[in-house]
Design a protein around this ligand. Structure first.
Ligand code: ADP
Ligand code: MG
Length: 188
């Protein structure tokens, strides 16, 4: 049974869990396409192994596929309400901090890539990197802040995220710099 189909991958239910298969892209040269799909699958598996406490367990893998433990919970995107926004926001802050402390940056932190479990479960590490850089971590925060503002404009999740994450001053300063750059870019 197909659970989800994104731009890059199909997620199907298996007997034991779910299988994420990176699909062929007709617009890419076949060799480049295969190389990209393999490297993203490998990257995702490597990062999942590093973050075992806050991600689904890997059950099996091959070049283009990863089979993961099924997470039996709603995505944060679907679970967020006015009542739980504070609590979930804090929990997201705690888990993103843990991820960064383990030297991983996600590069696509949105509420569609998190399950509302306790602690929060993170997924979708195809674009993630091993990095300790302030800049990379600030960009993660920037992406999440904008995803929250776009998808959940009526809920004050960001403030609770900050309370959970407790970013150091240097990281907050870098976030401000990243945001400034974003504004210049938009003005063209
Ligand atoms: N381990 C899992 N358990 C249950 N559902 C999952 C799991 N992994 C992914 N999904 C579902 O599939 C969707 C897409 O998975 P994701 O890894 O984010 O791929 P994509 O790159 O296509 O966004 C998720 O938003 C979620 O609904
Ligand atoms: Mg996703």
């Amino acid at each position: 049974m197909k659970l989800a189909q994104g731009a890059e991958a199909i997620i199907e239910r298996t007997e034991r869990g779910v299988k994420k298969t990176r699909i062929q892209k007709a617009y890419r040269h076949p060799d480049l396409d295969a190389t990209l799909r393999k490297s993203r699958t490998k990257r995702e598996a490597k990062v999942l192994a590093r973050l075992e406490d806050i991600t689904p367990r890997i059950l099996s893998q091959n070049e283009f596929e990863i089979e993961l433990e099924y997470v039996d919970a709603p995505l944060v995107k679907d679970a967020l309400t006015e009542e739980n926004a504070k609590e979930l926001g804090r929990a997201i802050g705690v888990v993103v901090k843990q991820m960064h402390e383990k030297g991983v940056v996600h590069h696509d932190l949105t509420t569609s890539n998190m399950f509302a479990t306790n602690p929060i479960t993170l997924i979708d590490f195809g674009l993630a990197q091993f990095s300790d850089s302030l800049e990379d971590r600030a960009v993660d925060l920037h992406v999440l802040k904008h995803a929250l503002a776009a998808k959940h404009p009526d809920l004050a999740v960001w403030e609770s995220f900050i309370a959970g994450h407790k970013p150091e001053a240097a990281l907050l300063e870098r976030l401000v710099a990243v945001e400034k750059r974003g504004r210049y870019k938009n003005k063209g």
